[in-house]
Design a protein around this ligand. Structure first.
Ligand SMILES: [Zn+2]
Ligand SMILES: [Zn+2]
Length: 282
């Protein structure tokens, strides 16, 4: 297990601002990561901006222009840039897994329109770049934010080499069985949700055999957060342990996590350092 290398992609611009929907939930970062960043197999990277060229592979020129003029552009751009670099390092074998921090971009951004606190796509540029640069074909996206990932779904619809499993509020199987939504239940329990992941995600990745698992790890599903489904803070760690275990079996441990929705500072402080512990093999 000592061969595991874990990357953490962060930039100080992510703290101290009232980001759309999630607010200043990273106000205690990167300080709360101090212990895990000391591990010899964990490395901190400063998230760099994404290029316009890459954004334009996924989005219309109008969307890119609007994004660039918004106050949250630099934070959003560095979120995507960090995630792109994390995936590059995984493809190059320099990292086994990684945690990326997100503001202002994510799963509600389609090609031409975006809403809900996420004003450009995160997975779109990451997957486009990994294919162009490294010829990687198959990706699995697990979305456990509380809300339906409409933007991600639109961008990858018709692309049968992207398995997209979205835990939201309806049961859907479409696009030759590569695009799935699972009704997580309005008020559920940790165990029921984990069982749904065991039933609806794990067997599908075993069959699909992705090169890497990309996980949009929202915690808005937590009790008391804005998209609550009644989950405890321990749930998020159990979920990451479960997916990480199967990533080791299916795709040599390649597992890229990004934060997503949720605005509770105490949850962010608790979940993300522990996620790094799990990823790094503690
Ligand atoms: Zn959400
Ligand atoms: Zn969905």
């Amino acid at each position: 297990m000592s061969s595991i290398r874990t990357g953490v992609f962060w930039h100080d611009i992510f703290k101290g601002q009232d980001w759309p929907i999630i607010g200043d939930k990273f106000m205690h970062f990167p300080e709360v990561l101090a212990e895990v960043l000391d591990y010899e197999n964990v490395q901190l990277f400063e998230s760099k901006p994404v290029s316009d060229e890459l954004l334009l592979k996924v989005h219309t020129p109008y969307l890119v222009e609007s994004f660039k003029q918004a106050w949250y552009y630099e934070g959003g751009s560095r979120t995507i840039g960090g995630m792109v670099e994390a995936m590059e390092k995984i493809c190059e074998g320099k990292l086994t897994n990684a945690l990326n921090f997100m503001v202002a971009v994510g799963h509600h951004a389609g090609r031409a329109s975006a809403w809900g606190g996420t004003y450009a796509s995160l997975t779109g540029p990451v997957i486009y770049n990994a294919r162009e640069k490294y010829g990687i074909k198959k990706f699995a996206i697990l979305d456990t934010d509380s809300h339906h990932a409409d933007g991600t779904r639109e961008i990858f619809f018709g692309d049968h080499d992207v398995l997209h499993v979205c835990f939201c509020s309806s049961n859907v199987i479409e696009d030759n069985g590569t695009k799935i939504c699972v009704d997580a239940g309005y008020h559920t329990s940790d165990e029921n949700y984990l069982n749904l992941v065991r039933k609806e995600f794990i067997p599908r990745i075993k069959e699909f055999k992705p090169y890497v698992i990309i996980h949009l790890l929202g915690h808005d599903t937590a009790e008391g957060d804005y998209g609550s489904r009644g989950l405890s803070k321990e749930f998020f760690l159990d979920l990451v342990r479960l997916v990480n275990k199967h990533a080791k079996e299916i795709c040599e441990g390649r597992y890229l996590i990004t934060s997503m929705g949720g605005d509770r500072v105490d949850l962010a402080d608790y979940i993300f350092p522990n996620v790094v512990k799990i990823l790094s093999g503690r």
